[in-house]
Design a binder for this molecule. Structure first.
Ligand SMILES: Nc1ncnc2c1ncn2[C@@H]1O[C@H](COP(=O)(O)OP(=O)(O)OP(=O)(O)O)[C@@H](O)[C@H]1O
Length: 611
């Protein structure tokens, strides 16, 4: 049985410890950014360092220009060569600044595309590793949704970190410039900005906490939106008149979210406005002090120019630094969900020394006293199930709805592990075999098989994707399942896009889809065939044709059939009757019928309908 995966316990994001702990999440993200394109990252860093130093260089040159102009005009020497040189340098710096900006933008685009690609592939890979049980847990979808949104939204954070580094360097260089003249001016600016920085951080965390709480509701909103505009539900929505019901639900849910968001934004607006007034005090205090010193002749006009520019620049970049820093800290909280998703480990996996599945399988598959309870359920779905299926044998499973037939198949494929008992293949526990090998050896079509919005070829090829280019093999599988008759009617034949999602797609009937899905099972060179309701959507004639072939196709293999139709079931060598998760009868059709038990009653009920 798969171990329940650790639930991600959300730390209280508003508390300082939670925020500080979240900061360490930045490191793995930086690592992922680096992995997505080391050269781009390096190039981007170099450009940003250069760009960070341009503002202070401009101010230093401006200071010398102003002082030289004042001196020249007092001495009446006009434009000196030295002055020309300063102007030329200033011009060069302006050009450099503009070019660097373009370069940073360009590399930013490359970085963003690389990172999105890299992270999306990682997400897909991780999602494919997880247990089926994980997919049946609603909290998983909340987590997946947060991870998905974060994977792309956190690009903002990547850009923010780069911006933070650049701003940091600009700020330090300007502050050093100010410090040379007066440490007090600097202190004044910094101290007055601290409350605003704390305020930004606080409200950022509040927004995160709100978004965290809203995730289930947002998921429901997405679901309602999709349901309201999907092909699958369109018929029922119209006939049952459900649209207004869905819209009312959407309206009330979205209103709840809106109210919360507006309330928080209003609080942030008033709180942060007050705090920014304090910051402005610091800036103008410093500015007035410099003007006062210049007026008393304690600073040259060039120094006044430099300081006024540096104070304005430092104030601006410090404010921006605190907003960007708070932003990064918030993003770090969001990233926690993405990292938590990446750290989920599947409970069902191969052991390090896993065995290959024997070829050929000699003794067959045995369920030995198997019990299974679904995660989150208290009652077992299967109880003490024991049976054996030998190579070359066709076994049928019959039972009313919800008796555990599909569950038994899921256990057979190791999509779940039993909670009690053992499943053995050639006398060895299924858990000792390599998972991929085991899956390779089964050709399965589930009752709720997937309908891929792809071409007819690919819809069959998914059964054995490494042979997707082998047109002949695919055509043979289609012939076996009778899908060829369906495909030959399509305007583009095997190249026809199926489903309605994409341009030129053609939809099929339920039975036609089923024949296509059946071809997937035949495409595999598998030793076990498992067909869960393989003919449920087929008409009587097609069912007859499918089964006439099935006999030949399953020769020498183990075949398990699940069906509610006795016409299907009776052709099996042996039939298991499942009731309440237990096998209550077992034997060939004639024997069970003669026995007059559960099977005979079910058979009679169905037969009487046709008399
Ligand atoms: N993922 C799940 N989590 C919890 N319970 C489940 C899950 N899947 C199935 N069940 C429950 O297990 C029981 C058996 O389900 P199963 O799908 O195996 O029945 P079945 O015999 O194949 O039914 P049907 O003939 O309707 O296909 C049902 O009561 C069902 O509600």
């Amino acid at each position: 049985m798969s171990s329940p995966e650790a639930k991600v316990q959300p730390q209280d994001p508003v508390r300082r410890q939670g925020r500080l702990a979240a900061l360490k999440n930045i490191l793995p993200v930086l690592q992922m950014v680096w992995e997505s394109g080391p050269r781009t990252v390096l190039g981007s860093l170099v450009l940003r360092v250069l760009a960070a130093l341009v503002p202070v260089a401009v101010l230093v040159v401006a200071r010398w220009i102003v002082d030289d102009v004042v001196a020249s005009s007092a001495a009446g020497t006009g434009m000196t060569p030295q002055l020309w040189r300063w102007v030329a340098i200033e011009f060069g710096l302006a050009v450099l600044g503009a070019v660097l900006l373009r370069g940073i933008d360009y590399l930013g685009v490359v970085l963003r595309e690389n990172y999105t690609r890299h992270i999306s592939l990682k997400l897909m890979e991780q999602a494919s590793r997880l247990d089926l049980a994980t997919y049946e847990d609603p909290s998983f979808y909340d987590r997946l949704e947060r991870a998905r949104v974060q994977a792309t939204d956190r690009l903002v954070m990547v850009a923010a970190i780069a911006r933070f580094l650049q701003l940091g360097l600009t700020t330090v260089s300007l502050c050093v410039g100010i410090l040379v003249f007066s440490p007090w001016i600097l202190l004044n600016i910094v101290v007055c900005l601290v409350p605003a920085a704390i305020g930004e951080a606080y409200f950022g965390a509040m927004v995160y906490a709100l978004n965290f709480r809203h995730t289930p509701k947002r998921r429901e909103l997405d679901y309602l939106r999709q349901l309201g505009a999907s092909k699958e539900s369109a018929k029922e929505l119209k006939i049952f008149g459900l649209s207004s019901f869905l819209m009312r639900r959407y309206d009330s849910l979205s209103r709840e979210l809106l109210t919360d968001v507006v309330a928080l934004s209003a609080r942030a607006l008033s709180g942060l406005s007050v705090l920014s007034v304090v910051g402005t005090f610091g800036y103008y205090g410093a500015y007035a002090f410099v003007v006062y010193k210049a007026a008393r002749g304690e600073l040259t006009v060039g120094e006044l120019t430099f300081l006024a520019g540096a104070i304005a620049g430092a104030n601006r970049s410090l404010q921006e630094l605190s907003v960007t820093g708070a932003g990064i800290a918030d993003q770090a909280l969001y990233i926690r969900d993405m990292l938590a998703f990446f750290s989920l480990a599947p409970g069902i996996r191969s052991k390090p020394d896993a065995l290959p599945v024997p070829r050929p399988i000699r003794r067959g598959l045995e369920f030995r006293d198997v019990t299974f309870t679904y995660p989150g359920r208290t009652q077992p779905t299967l109880q003490g199930v024991s049976f054996h299926i030998a190579p070359g044998e066709r076994l049928a499973l019959i039972g009313e709805n919800g008796q555990g037939k599909t569950t038994l198949v899921k256990l057979m494929m190791r999509l779940y592990d039993p909670t009690g008992g053992q499943i053995l293949l050639d006398g060895v526990d299924l858990r000792d075999y390599a998972l991929e090998d085991l899956w390779h050896e089964v050709g399965v079509i589930f009752q709720d098989f997937a309908r891929y919005e792809m071409t007819a070829t690919h819809n069959i090829a998914v059964g054995r994707i490494d042979r997707s280019e082998d047109a002949e093999l695919i055509a043979q599988a289609a012939q076996k399942s009778l899908a060829n008759t369906v495909i030959e009617q399509l305007p583009l034949g095997y190249a026809q896009m199926l489903g309605r999602r994409f341009e030129g797609g053609v939809d099929l009937s339920g039975g036609e889809w089923q024949k296509i899905a059946l071809a997937r099972a035949y495409l595999r060179d598998a030793q076990m065939l498992v067909l869960d309701e393989p003919t449920a959507a087929l008409d009587a004639k097609a069912e007859q044709d499918v089964f006439n072939r099935f006999g030949e196709l399953s020769a020498g293999k183990m075949a398990l059939l699940i069906s509610h139709r006795f016409s299907t079931v009776r052709m099996a060598d042996r039939i298991l009757v499942l009731e309440g998760g237990r096998i209550v009868e077992e034997g060939p059709h004639d024997l069970l019928l003669a026995g007059g038990g559960r099977y005979a009653t079910m058979y009679e009920t169905q037969a009487s309908r046709y008399r």
